[in-house]
Ligand binder design. Structure first.
Ligand SMILES: [Zn+2]
Length: 278
């Protein structure tokens, strides 16, 4: 049997068209679309942090599980972060339609199991809607996988509980992936400057601390923080970053193996009788 093109690379854009057709077969129709964001992450991290992390997880999981990944969707819905330079936001409706077109192109040529790997909380609602539409309109398996929920590790002792956006975990991941882009001289502890009742939650959620309860109050990042991050980056380390990436990759590979092994199952769509209408 000849070698699968996926043994050379899982980056879809580096394959020829016939190789992509072969890759769809070899990967049992599974493909990953990584979606990130370009937005402020405090003074110490690059604005491309979310996309860098998400794409790294996608490529590593793709290599381990033998599935191709598309080029990353660099931009996300970052409207709440537009108070800060370098935040490049795409309107939710445009983002959803853009990714939908990419997914439909893949589905057309044999990728009937689409994993949208999400690396940014602001994309959350949009990508849930997207996978709902994709599945109901095409019957493809459409999954919205949130990288930040895939798996995690305990935080170092002393890490404040407000540690979240641009905090120790994201800083750790970037120290592992691209240390030259991280500036430890700019590490600042930043607590959210918000006061809420016990019912209050804010979106975007800076951390679990403020996301509990029945009420969501929309605020911009500039209304909550001076520097565009919330957390304590000084607790970051490249070692923890590598470990975090590893457990997330392992969890994603486990999910892909479950799809490949036929371990996802449901009843199937009921047949509509002729004349029965919708
Ligand atoms: Zn981020």
């Amino acid at each position: 049997m000849s070698k699968s093109p996926l043994e050379r690379t899982v980056q879809l854009e580096r394959l020829s068209s016939p190789e992509v057709a072969q890759a769809a077969k070899d990967a049992q129709g599974i493909v990953i679309i990584p979606v990130g964001a370009v937005e402020v992450h405090g003074p110490h991290l690059p604005v491309g942090t979310d996309t860098a992390e998400t794409y790294a997880i996608a490529l590593r999981a793709g290599e381990a599980a033998g599935v191709p990944t598309t080029p990353p969707i660099w931009f996300g819905n970052s409207r709440m972060f537009l108070d800060f330079p370098g935040t490049l936001s795409v309107r939710p409706e445009v983002l959803k339609e853009f990714i939908k077109d990419v997914a439909l192109s893949l589905i057309r040529h044999g990728f009937d199991k689409v994993i949208v790997l999400d690396g940014h909380g602001g994309n959350y609602g949009i990508l849930d809607l997207l996978v709902e539409e994709l599945h109901l309109e095409t019957q493809a398996l459409a999954c919205h996988v949130r990288a930040w929920e895939l798996a995690t590790l305990p935080k170092p002792a002393g890490t404040p509980d407000y540690d979240g956006h641009g905090g120790s975990s994201e800083t750790s991941a970037m120290l592992a992936l691209s240390p030259v882009d991280v500036d430890p001289a700019q590490f600042v502890d930043a607590a959210p400057e918000v006061e809420l009742t016990r019912l209050g939650a804010v979106f975007p959620s800076p951390s679990g601390l403020l996301s509990k309860g029945p009420v969501t109050i929309a605020l911009s990042m500039g209304e909550m923080t001076a520097l565009g991050h919330q957390g304590a980056p000084r607790f970051a380390s490249a070692e923890r970053g590598e470990a975090l990436l590893r457990v997330k990759v392992e969890a994603l590979v486990e999910f892909i193996e479950a799809i490949k092994g036929g371990r996802l199952a449901w009843r199937g769509r009921p047949k509509v009788e002729p004349g029965g209408g919708e």
